[in-house]
Unconditional design. Sequence first.
Length: 330
Amino acid sequence: MEIDQLKRREFIALLGGAAAAWPLAARAQQSIKLVRIGYLEPGSTSVDRVYLEAFRAGLRDLGYVEGKNFVIEDRWADGNYERLPALAEELVRLNVNVIVAQASPAALAAKKATATIPIVAMSGDLLGSGLVASLNRPGGNVTGLTFFQPEVTAKRIELLREIIPQSSRVAVLFNPNNTLAPLAIQTMALTATSLKLELQQFEVRRSEEFASAFSAMNARRADAVVVVDDSLIFNSYNLVADLAMAQRLPSIALPNFPEAGGLMGYGVDWAAESRKLALFVHKIIRGATPDHLPVEQATKFKLVINLKVAKTLGIAIPPLLLSWADEVIE
């Protein structure tokens, strides 16, 4: 899908207020005594529950009390995207007042399941994935937060080049079942070309495929590996970090990746942004409608560097890059 670059880079300030009438505005009126919130997550409770808790905290900040004026029906796909449609349909049958969808695969499944229940999504690219018609006027039943994941992922290539300027081949690890993967690969390819790097693609659809993917990276003499955001991979960060270290590959993924043993992490602060989703839900409860509720661009990003891993790999992190880091793991 061709995307208007001006639209992709516009910053949408947080806007409030009620919007024009919408077919199912009755779902979001103040008269609702107990709001039933559906929460759809592609990942697992063991790894991703922190984001649900951040959303809960956001609701508490707004004065909501769980069990008194809201309940959450949470559903988890455990990294298996094929489960998302059935889980979304289950939330629709429960007649929830709003669905919070974490990541594009969950948002797409929710939108397919209902065209009427409001959906608040946290997505790497709400516009590029076709979930909204525009950032200012979403035009349907989906709104939320976006952070243009393809550009963020491409930035990881630049960061790797900063620490290994002699590199010539960069591997990209991704799940082709993720709808944003093609956009990310396309954007990364442009960045790689500009840096005169060969971009090598390695797919994983199941956890059993990680070992063979890294063996293939070694065979093709990759100098480093960039990990594309994805729930399957996210839930296997410890394994990914171990395999990268075994191949002595500098690696970069989301900000929590260095905690698992990766070299660097850069991207949206998912927990901080998940907290903001509560404000969208609050506005919908008070009568706003997604079609006129502008999408907001995520603003909290983090750079994390694991110095212990860098020393093990024999990499000297440039002082300037260290000064940019939000967190350094010694």
